[in-house]
Write a protein of this length. Structure first.
Length: 345
């Protein structure tokens, strides 16, 4: 096996032009334990000598990420995704880390530049006109991204993202800690840059902790699948209740099982009401505090407001605030709360 052949097979797979024989050859290479050392040697040799093979087009690289992370195959005749059977799916996932690791290396290793950082390169490659930089200083902050994805920033954290996600990827830069709930889009992977570590997803929920002054970058998944890599290789593909810890000093990573709910509980008690109606808010409050909330008249239901509660306020404290600027009142009766008043109209 040569570097040229390996790169050639990856390119044809990314282009969706590989024959069944070439596809089988590629899968056989990356699932063959006897070839693992040879693949590693080829990658190391390529890196050390800066030898560039055939250039891999970034749009196709991102589509390939999507196909592998989605755990689907495709039919060359129809060019349509096909769900894998359990046995085949297991084989693909066994190969996924190697496949993506080599692919990432072949693309980024042959296209890196010493003049700009990886984070800057990704933003430039997306051809964004301007960037938005939002900071959470002493409180948590909820951010809605251009694609509808939601990010909750922890204290002393910063998120940088474009006004719109142009190009073939959705990319942001995080400093600090954030919880991400990403809209699913298999054609446009979502990538979070944290220093030299990047986390790639399609549509999932996960937490990243990457403060500049802390030595570890910690990625935890609550839903879906996430790929974590550094400049040189893929560190792992993790699923719910799994975590990757990357030590920036030792350049080593650890993948371990965790209870993800414990990792993300720092933001679970936050309440963000962003231009919602009283009717929508009371549904959330009723669920949070396990209480029935009713309206004495329909007019009060449509009143809209925006408010954030981050300090585990009681139900009484929350109701006092949101009713005060909507010209409505509330009272407790037995096991329920009655909201009444003239409303906002």
């Amino acid at each position: 096996m040569s570097k040229g052949r390996l790169t050639h097979l990856f390119q044809k797979y990314a282009d969706r032009t590989c024959t069944q024989a070439e596809y089988a050859e590629l899968m056989a290479l990356i699932t063959d334990e006897n070839k693992a050392t040879e693949i590693d040697m080829l990658m190391n040799d390529e890196w050390e000598n800066h030898v560039n093979g055939p250039e891999l087009d970034k749009n196709n690289v991102n589509q390939l990420f999507g196909r592998v992370l989605s755990a689907v195959d495709y039919d060359e005749a129809t060019d349509q995704p096909v769900k894998l059977n359990p046995v085949r799916s297991w084989i693909i996932w066994a190969a996924a880390t190697v496949l993506l690791g080599v692919l990432v290396f072949l693309y980024y290793g042959s296209n890196r530049s010493d003049s700009i950082t990886p984070n800057q390169a990704e933003i430039v490659n997306n051809k964004t006109e301007s960037l938005i930089n939002l900071v959470a200083v002493d409180e948590h902050r909820k951010i809605k991204l251009p694609d509808g994805s939601i990010v909750i920033l922890n204290n002393k954290s910063t998120l940088e993202f474009p006004e719109d996600f142009l190009g073939s990827t959705r990319e942001v830069v995080l400093k600090g800690e954030g919880y991400f709930d990403i809209k699913h889009n298999p054609e446009k992977p979502f990538i979070v840059h944290t220093g030299k570590i990047s986390t790639t997803v399609l549509g999932t929920a996960f937490n990243i902790k990457a403060y500049d002054k802390e030595n570890d970058v910690v990625v935890t998944v609550t839903r879906g699948k996430v790929m974590v890599k550094n400049e040189h290789k893929t560190l792992g593909i993790i699923t719910p209740d799994q975590q990757i810890i990357f030590n920036k000093t030792e350049m080593k990573s650890l993948l371990k099982p965790v209870l993800a709910s414990k990792t993300v509980e720092w933001q679970e008690k936050d309440l963000f009401f962003d231009d919602v109606t009283m009717d929508e808010a009371t549904v959330q409050l009723a669920k949070r505090f396990n209480v029935n909330i009713k309206f004495a008249n329909e007019q009060s239901k449509d009143c809209r407001f925006t408010a954030t509660f981050l300090k585990e306020e009681s139900l009484d404290e929350i109701l006092q605030i949101i009713t005060s600027f909507n010209h409505i009142t509330y009272q407790k009766k037995a096991q329920e709360i009655i909201i009444s008043g003239k409303g906002c109209k």
